[in-house]
Design a protein around this ligand. Sequence first.
Ligand SMILES: NC(=O)c1ccc[n+]([C@@H]2O[C@H](COP(=O)([O-])OP(=O)(O)OC[C@H]3O[C@@H](n4cnc5c(N)ncnc54)[C@H](O)[C@@H]3O)[C@@H](O)[C@H]2O)c1
Length: 345
Amino acid sequence: MKSVRFAIIGCGAISKAHIQVIQSLDGAEVGAAVDINEARARQVGEELGCPWYTSIEDMLADKDNAIDVVNICTASGLHMEPAISAAAAGKHVLIEKPLEVTLERCDAIIDACKKHGVLLGGVFQSRFLPANILVKKAVDNGYFGKLLLGNAEVKWFRAKEYYSTAGWRGTWRFDGGGALMNQGIHQVDLLQWMMGPVVSVKAITQRLVHETIEVEDLAVALLQFANGGVGVIEASTCIAPGYPKKLEIHGSLGGAIVQDDVITASTGIPEGPELDEAKASHGHVANFADPMAISFLGHERQISDFIHVIHHGGTLAITGEEARKSVQIVTAVYEAAKSGTTVTL
Ligand SMILES: NC(=O)c1ccc[n+]([C@@H]2O[C@H](COP(=O)([O-])OP(=O)(O)OC[C@H]3O[C@@H](n4cnc5c(N)ncnc54)[C@H](O)[C@@H]3O)[C@@H](O)[C@H]2O)c1
């Protein structure tokens, strides 16, 4: 089968996960590196022996690189422009979380990919880890009964340098928010995946420690789910030293507690190898204090899913529409916090 050729747009921190995973997979290769920072693009290009460019337009104009998929790893509020250019050039698009920073910008990407008939995927690597897959399956199989309460807890810490070393972080325009839009959104995505659609939101957001940023470093929200259940989200980049993230799903018959993508307690999930695997660590380490202390397993499985759909058809595990859902919840939280009202989705 033809090898799938990926172009990396934005050769910063998270691009390392994409590059390492693509290079490790059979039938996949990095065929181009793009960064507006010439030194970064050149370094990746030279390391991998692939062409490098300082603009996506130059990369797309060069037919020799035969790119199939464009992986967008730029600042969150800079996902839309390269995504639309890539779609218009007939390339499939895989975008890092969050899909974009406003619903309008998410929709522009979704529309462009539809119009040009290309695949659009949004990265949420935690959905590919055994613990989260098993809890979702338990919910869908009814093992927990009626869903009552879902908690997403991301009491993390980011040092001053996290914000000062990349000017986009901590800004409304390019980060789209703070602890919730950037760090908490993985757990928001899992929470809505398991508990179902959110109908309304109340919230408080504050900037308590990181004085130089525009956005919140602490967010607390109360959610009403369509199924009658209730949710609580807590997301921070100011709680030192940072603690493991948690997801709790509680129903009338059972539930589960997932800490750092590992099931630490459960009721209602049958004993067996699946539960054993979900209770085992998959190398998820200390990203509560260090953003890059993550396992690349979820990225590996998500990029493998993308390659599978290219070759065999079907639907991506996380489409653009799926990735949009958490942006809708997060932006509603911000609106609720700002207005002091209950916001209906
Ligand atoms: N999935 C995860 O766990 C995870 C982890 C970290 C970051 N992210 C996401 O990845 C994205 C990037 O984050 P990061 O921490 O790697 O950022 P970063 O600042 O380290 O890297 C971004 C890079 O994009 C480049 N860039 C900016 N505009 C560009 C353009 N128009 N064309 C080409 N390159 C351009 C910058 O020069 C920079 O090198 C964000 O959306 C972030 O939310 C996801």
